[in-house]
Design a protein around this ligand. Structure first.
Ligand SMILES: [Zn+2]
Length: 614
């Protein structure tokens, strides 16, 4: 389906009054911003602190980025998201270009423009209200729930007079029984962080280590594991591995180092770092570390550890690589470094890494940092990488990971006292699917089969407990069914939204196909237009496999070129569930046929429906 011709794709409601002119929704961009040029008036006026002289039309267009936005002009659900994404994207592309050329004054000006633009603020608010923690308030006990809240938020996101509030301290349990402290910022602080992240992320992405895979756009754990595989599976590859573990990385990063080296507004960064936290009404200061729970923290942590790859490359250059084979793979604060011998890693690499970390206020944990041979195998990101006697290097789900997963399944089954069988199966399927999808790219078939077996045993015990006086024949007839050659399929019923009961069967892990993962090219940058075709093709390829057999969704996703009709952005797995929208509304008599449907982001669907009177 061609991506043009948008008008006939709009929802055909009776009152077709979405304000389509940019001025009506308050998100007008001046022609110069749209064209991607720098409107000098914005910068100079802000610097001088005086209003510029100009026509009214100029004010609505150019003055708005400086922050003087009357509330009444913004209707949250009528914002033209395509335009917003376009404006932000163009500025980000220009930031990347300026960083490459080393023009730091220009970078600063562009970041200023982005963080003071309406489009930037709109995206920051959108991100915060669609985040998983959007319903968890900070110390001020405020959540943005309605469209009015979001519209008001525009006036809160101003640099001038902004002071962050302390974080609300909560504790979440860790797998080893201890508790991890988490700081929750207020909605305004979160949105402000999201806003400045729009400017910081393109810079961080451009300067990042190629083999850093954590908390970065388009990259995931599977990329890091695949990189390990590619290095170690090579018969002439390195044999020794240093498993690095940094002592409580997030909590220890030095503030002076961050303030000196993070390319962003220093005043605002200092305020965030020193915001402190509130615990039971008492305020505590923070003197080191980045607040865990902040939107910007992962990027700060990544920025802190970037440079390690270049440092290693400098000390162990490629021309000597046959003798050293020193390579880094990093996922956030988890990293491995390869080498030709234990001595090399211990005597040359480790001191280098320790020095690098010390500059940033960090140190290696001596108990957890280990040097292992590939034949003994090592754990990385929940998987064990090992060379087997046959000479093959394989990755499998690690023992610890499987144990934790089965523990969670057991917990779910234990809590299932009052649930229906269908409800239990639905929750188990969610857990199983998440775990299987993570491990489906490595040699997991046998583990999957073992996991299926263990879950079956747990469920059998659950049935036995429920019906102590019944025979197995009776239990089998009630809970299990047979399909083809498969016996003992745990089955229940769920009620769907129309009130009909539909059968649901327990997911079998072993029936999920193992599919090799194609690693991202380490130089790929999501903000660089040159890499755009490559990244889009990659996303398409990744999703194609998971959508096969999804009927209408697969058809629409292909017809729409993998993009949301409303905002024009790619439909990603991380933004699921996507929504099916009836162009001619069902409530207005629209049919439930494929030509009346379009595929959207969940939030875009809400914008369409709430943006129009019913
Ligand atoms: Zn969308």
């Amino acid at each position: 389906m061609p991506s043009g011709n948008r008008t006939d794709r709009r929802c055909v409601g009776p009152t077709h009054n979405i304000p389509s002119t940019p001025k009506a929704n308050g998100l007008s961009d001046s022609p110069s911003v749209q064209a991607g040029r720098l409107p000098s008036s914005v910068l100079s006026r802000e610097n001088l602190g005086q209003p510029t002289q100009g026509s009214d039309a100029d004010m609505t267009a150019v003055a708005t980025p400086a922050g003087a936005v009357p509330n009444t002009t913004i209707h949250w659900h009528s914002i033209d998201w395509k335009r917003v994404h376009g404006t932000v994207r163009r500025l980000q592309v220009r930031i990347v270009k300026a960083v490459r050329e080393g023009k730091w004054h220009k970078v600063k000006a562009l970041v200023y423009l982005l963080t003071h633009s309406l489009a930037g603020r709109a995206l920051a608010i959108l991100r915060v209200v669609n985040n998983a923690g959007a319903k968890t308030p900070g110390v001020d006990n405020v959540c943005w729930r309605s469209a009015e809240d979001c519209a008001t938020a525009f006036t809160l996101l101003r640099r001038r007079g902004y002071r962050p509030q302390p974080l609300r301290r909560v504790y979440i349990p860790k797998s080893n029984g201890q508790k991890r402290p988490l700081g929750i910022p207020t909605m305004t602080d979160r949105a402000m962080q999201a806003l400045y992240l729009l400017g910081l992320d393109p810079i961080a992405e451009t300067l990042a280590d190629g083999h850093s895979y954590g908390f970065r756009l388009e990259r995931c754990c599977a990329d890091a594991i695949e990189q390990c595989h590619l290095m170690l599976a090579n018969p002439r590859g390195p044999r020794w591995i240093l498993e690095g573990d940094i002592k409580s990385c997030f909590d220890r990063i030095s503030h002076p180092w961050l303030l000196e080296n993070i390319p962003m507004d220093e005043g605002i960064l200092r305020d965030w770092l020193q915001a402190g936290f509130l615990e039971e009404g008492v305020r505590f200061d923070t003197t080191e570390g980045t607040p865990q729970g902040g939107i910007i923290s992962p990027v700060l942590a990544n920025r802190t550890l970037d440079g390690l790859q270049a440092l290693l490359a400098e000390h162990f250059p490629r021309r000597h690589s046959r003798t050293s084979k020193v390579h880094l793979v990093r996922y956030a604060d988890d990293f491995i470094i390869t080498g030709t011998s234990r001595e090399l890693l211990q005597q040359q690499v480790m001191p280098l890494v320790a020095h690098f970390l010390k500059e940033r206020g960090l140190e290696l944990s001596h108990e957890k940092t280990r040097i292992t041979h590939i034949d003994d195998g090592f754990d990385f990101l929940g998987q064990t990488v090992r060379r087997y006697p046959c000479g093959k290097v394989l990755e499998k789900p690690s023992r610890k990971n499987v144990r934790t997963f089965l523990g969670k399944i057991k917990e779910t089954i234990r809590n299932a006292g009052s649930w229906t069988t269908g409800e239990l199966i639905r929750r188990l399927n969610q857990q199983i699917k998440g775990w299987v999808m993570y491990h489906r790219h490595v040699a997991s078939k046998r583990t999957f089969s073992q996991v299926d077996c263990r879950i079956f045993q747990m469920l059998k015990r659950w049935c036995r407990r429920r019906h102590q006086n019944k025979s197995w024949t009776w239990i089998k007839a009630k809970y299990f069914r047979t399909s083809g050659h498969r016996h003992w399929i745990f089955t229940g019923t769920l009620t769907d939204k129309h009130g009909k009961s539909v059968p649901i069967a327990l997911m079998s892990a072993v029936r999920v196909a193992i599919r090799r993962f194609v690693k991202i090219r380490s130089a790929a940058s999501p903000y660089d237009p040159e890499w755009e075709p490559y990244l889009e093709e990659r996303l398409y390829w990744q999703l194609e496999g998971t959508l096969t057999g999804r009927g209408r969704i697969e058809y629409l996703w292909k017809a729409q070129d993998g993009r949301c009709v409303h905002c024009g952005q790619p439909l990603r797995t991380s933004e699921r569930p996507w929504h099916l929208h009836h162009r001619h509304w069902r409530s207005h008599g629209g049919p439930d046929t494929i030509d009346n449907l379009e595929l959207l982001h969940g939030h875009c669907h809400r914008h369409i429906h709430y943006g129009k009177p019913r």
